[in-house]
Design a protein around this ligand. Structure first.
Ligand SMILES: [Zn+2]
Length: 344
């Protein structure tokens, strides 16, 4: 069979179909589990352009490498695929070199370990859109002194045929990795920590994201990019990913609505890294209150809304509400003004 995304046929192994999904393993994309409706829909080439298929291949392979087969067995629907494409940000050349270095590092089992890169199958792992991109990328890594190859001595650096074999990271490479892992002080990313509940996600779309991704007059591109985990990919276990994305971020917007343990943890982690954290909270969640809610069967029962945890109670925050139609645009403006004032 042919892979739906990278179009590879050789080495693609199909598993028995399940009622609603097609399952196979691609040497480039890793394990793939596609909903039958999505398969049918994307069989029509115009429904999913070539470039989008490449992006999906890159993301699937990276999810698999990070989380293993367990973490990448979700059945993908067409909206999932669209989401992967719309949230993918293409990396510039320098970012690609850095990502490649980090990915080589995570392949190395121990300090000084050698790895080999399979040019034909591994290019999506290194965020390359095509195989021919990977070779020059490795040359750049070598020439920057971040990696070396046992087969290439310093004098014979231009014998490039075997450049992908027996690679290891140099001391300079490790130094760079340490810098990259530190924080994303130069990055444009803003990590958003918040309660991932339907109404809150609407608030994210309408107010938080536009506030972060504001554009100065006359600017074509926004200064910052918002990232919310859950938006980026379909996901189960997100801890490692959250840690690395917080590290890669320039600052954090943390919404305390809902008293979520995960959100507090993320805020604490970012604070510990020295990142600027801008706190926000919906008005009705600031104070501890008792209220009554109706459950699914219509029965009324009391709950205690915990308010803001005492740890963060005293911190400066933006309070917002969502009662009238202008409330969210006020929130967006307040947040945008704060970002402009605080993040230099
Ligand atoms: Zn593939």
């Amino acid at each position: 069979m042919e892979c739906y995304f990278c179009k590879k046929t050789q080495g693609v192994t199909a598993n028995p179909e399940e009622e609603d999904s097609i399952i196979y393993r691609c040497p480039r994309c890793g394990p793939v589990r596609l909903h039958k409706d999505a398969c049918q829909y994307i069989s029509e080439p115009t429904h999913l352009p070539e470039n989008d298929r490449r992006i999906i291949s890159i993301c699937l392979r990276n999810i698999f490498e990070r989380r293993g087969p367990e973490g990448s067995n979700k059945i993908l629907t067409f909206p999932n695929l669209k989401q992967i494409v719309t949230t993918y940000r293409e990396n510039d050349a320098i970012e690609k070199i850095e990502i490649a270095l980090l990915n080589i590092d995570s392949k190395c089992k121990f300090f000084g370990d050698y790895i080999s890169v399979n040019l034909e199958n591994d290019y999506p792992y290194y965020h390359c859109f095509e195989q021919k991109e990977l070779h020059p990328l490795l040359v750049m890594l070598l020439e920057s002194g971040f990696i070396e190859s046992e087969y290439i001595s310093a004098d014979h650096i231009y014998q490039r045929q075997t450049i992908h074999e027996k690679l290891c990271i140099t001391p300079k490479g490790y130094e760079r990795i340490r810098e990259l892992k530190k924080t994303g002080k130069d990055s444009r990313q803003c990590f958003v920590a918040m309660w991932l509940e339907d109404e809150m996600l609407t608030v994210y779309e309408i107010a938080i994201k536009p506030a972060i991704e504001y554009k100065e007059e006359g600017q074509k591109e926004s200064r910052f990019k918002a990232l919310i985990i859950g938006e980026k990919e379909h996901t189960n276990d997100i801890n490692d990913e959250i840690i690395s994305e917080i590290r890669r971020s320039r600052f954090m917007v943390c919404d305390l609505t809902g008293y979520r343990g995960g959100v507090y943890w993320e805020a604490g982690f970012a604070y510990g890294l020295g990142l600027e954290v801008i706190y926000t909270c919906r008005e009705d969640w600031i104070k501890k209150i008792k209220k009554e809610i109706k459950n699914e069967s219509g029965k009324i029962h009391p709950i205690i809304q915990q308010g803001i945890h005492f740890d963060l109670e005293h911190r400066n925050r933006i309070e917002w509400k969502n009662d009238t139609k202008d409330d969210l645009s006020k929130f967006e403006k307040d947040l945008r003004d704060r970002i402009k004032a605080v993040i230099t």
